[in-house]
Design a protein around this ligand. Structure first.
Ligand SMILES: Nc1ncnc2c1ncn2[C@@H]1O[C@H](COP(=O)(O)OP(=O)(O)OP(=O)(O)O)[C@@H](O)[C@H]1O
Length: 578
């Protein structure tokens, strides 16, 4: 199954592959023909002493020609196999990457980033090895073994048949080696994946690691994984050292004894062709290297197949991000949002939202407040169509959310997260985000609109300043403003805000609040508010508690109601709930 799918990747390159196999066959033929050529020279010229310069030159030239042909063709076939393998692995990586981007967020909730990286890099690399090393080695060596055996049979049927006793012996060694090395390989692969996961986690969480002085613990854990990996590699080397050379050499010795004994017995009874003996011994000796090569690659082949399995598993993952259903292509014109009896669970067991119903009229601001874990972010996750909805309905402009094209949805709904993600690149690129419709003018206009223009112009190269990974060179307030500009450059009809909780200086705070007020103007806004002071002018405030709306109304109404909101407000404003 896996191999069939792998070979399907080869189909577009079948012509090149065909030529590579032909070159490989011809190279092997030339290599097997060498000893025959010498046998012919020994039997027909050397033994009868028919030596003249012309014959000697002819033999030497012929032998050299065979060698050159073999080398040139080997070069050609190796190059072709490598090229094909690189093509295949490139395609495989592109496919996996494309697939990963289409996966739903719930997939990422349960898959560590490091293990994904491991699949896209290491596992596809192992598949590449399958095509580069394993496939060509198998074909080349199997062809050589068959060619050599056929030649032995042609040279001397009886002796060649006697040599067949090596096959079960070699088979036994091969089985033993493969059996043990597969276990070791599996261990190596798991360790590599674990190391990748650890690396990824360490790099992502460096601030926390340093803040909590976790360097020693992380280093110890990393050292432990690395030592285990070293141990696994060493076991493999020991296994190979024991089984490959010594065991195979012993079998070669047995074959040699059998052949020499038979030649010896024959010499008592009559004439023995020295040429045949030379060719026989030469081919026999060269027959064992291919067996070792095949053995070495067997576990690698199995390893690659398991890696391919992991890659295909990812390609077959059906936990996709929700996509549009139906043929209509509605557009968002007004920005009216309606939740109707929405009940939701991430894992299908624990309901994190129950019976959520509310409406945000065009241009209104609806604020979501509630204690941590009350379900605020989950409402946003559903509104952004990050997770599929199974119970209830979400409508935008009276049309179910599911009917919208992804493009329309993303263009009209501007999302601003607490921790804005900035990419490596210039400030301008981070605002434009590769959208060709967003001109330089629009980028700067958006930045001015959210009051980010002033600080951007103060950066060393203004809009062309390169940002480090995640915008590490900016302050958290500046990162916020930049993400506002990014959202506003798209001029969305709907704004979805997860208000930042980070403490910024008063000046930046004022800039942020002013920017938010500007942004909300004329746009339907759904905002998670951690500080109640920022949403007092909201048209509707939903108070969530354990996944349910327990109170709703304007700030004044909720204060007058003297419920949970009132308590939260007093707590935040005066540090006491009474
Ligand atoms: N990706 C997820 N997978 C599974 N459960 C989740 C996931 N995200 C959140 N939850 C659970 O859903 C519940 C609601 O979480 P949610 O993030 O919506 O709360 P919140 O009100 O936004 O909290 P906070 O103010 O701390 O951000 C919590 O019990 C949380 O454990």
């Amino acid at each position: 199954m896996v191999s069939r799918r792998l070979f399907r990747y080869l189909l577009p390159y079948r012509r090149e592959l065909g030529w590579a196999v032909v070159a490989l066959l011809a190279a092997t033929g030339a290599s097997v023909a060498g000893p025959i050529w010498i046998k012919w020279f020994i039997d027909d010229y050397l033994t009868p002493r028919k030596l003249d310069a012309e014959v000697l030159w002819g033999v030497a030239a012929g032998y050299l020609a065979l060698h050159v042909i073999s080398v040139v063709l080997t070069y050609f076939q190796l190059l072709s196999f490598h090229r094909i393998a690189q093509w295949v692995v490139r395609q495989l990586r592109v496919d996996v990457f494309a697939k990963v981007q289409r996966l739903g967020l719930s997939f990422f909730d349960r898959t560590p980033g490091g293990s994904l990286i491991s699949r896209i890099t290491n596992d596809t690399e192992a598949v590449k090895d399958l095509f580069v090393n394993v496939l060509s080695t198998f074909i080349q060596n199997i062809v050589f073994i068959i060619g050599a055996f056929v030649t032995l049979l042609v040279l001397d049927v009886k002796l060649a048949t006697a040599c067949l006793i090596i096959l079960p012996l070699i088979g036994g060694v091969m089985w033993t080696y493969r059996h043990f090395s597969t276990q070791v390989y599996r261990r190596v692969r798991n360790m590599v994946s674990e190391i990748n996961t650890k690396l990824n986690e360490t790099i992502q969480g460096m601030t926390i690691i340093q803040a909590f002085s976790q360097e020693q613990r992380m280093r110890r854990e990393f050292e432990r994984s690395s030592t285990e990996l070293y141990g696994a590699h060493m076991r493999n080397i020991q296994l190979a050292g024991l089984l490959l050379r010594p065991a195979v050499d012993a079998i070669y010795l047995i074959a040699l004894i059998v052949v020499l004994t038979l030649f010896g017995i024959r010499s008592f009874n009559g004439f023995v062709s020295i040429g045949t003996m030379y060719a026989f011994l030469n081919l026999l000796e060269r027959l064992f290297e291919p067996f070792i090569q095949i053995m070495l690659k067997l576990s690698q082949a199995q390893n690659a197949i398991i890696s391919a399995e992991r890659v295909f598993q990812l390609l077959d993952e059906n936990n996709l991000a929700p996509v549009k259903t139906g043929d209509d292509t509605p557009v968002i014109t007004r920005g009216r949002i309606e939740f109707r009896n929405v009940t939701f669970s991430y894992d299908g067991q624990h309901e994190v939202l129950r019976n959520i119903s509310f409406t945000a009229e065009p241009g209104q601001t609806v604020a979501l407040v509630g204690h941590t874990g009350s379900g605020k972010s989950s409402i946003i996750n559903l509104l952004m169509r990050f997770y599929p909805l199974r119970q209830g309905e979400i409508l935008i402009d009276g049309v179910p959310l599911t009917a919208y094209d992804d493009k329309e949805l993303r263009r009209q709904m501007g999302l601003v997260l607490q921790d804005p993600f900035l990419f490596v690149g210039t400030v301008r690129e981070n605002i434009r985000m590769g959208d060709p419709d967003i001109t330089d003018d629009r980028v700067e206009q958006a930045a001015r609109f959210v009051q980010a223009d002033t600080f951007i112009r103060r950066l060393p190269r203004g809009y062309e300043t390169e940002l480090g990974e995640r915008g590490a060179s900016l302050s958290s307030g500046q990162r916020q403003l930049l993400s506002f500009a990014r959202t506003m450059a798209r001029e969305p009809k709907i704004l979805v805000l997860d208000e930042a909780t980070a403490h910024v200086d008063t000046e930046t705070e004022e800039a942020i609040q002013q920017a938010l007020r500007n942004m909300r103007q004329g746009r339907t806004t759904i905002a998670i508010a951690h500080r109640l002071s920022t949403i007092q002018d909201a048209d509707l405030i939903l108070v969530l508690h354990r996944g349910e709306i327990v109170e709703l109304g304007t700030h004044d109404e909720l204060i007058a109601h003297k419920g949970l909101y009132h308590k939260m407000y007093l707590l935040q404003a005066y540090g006491t709930a009474s």
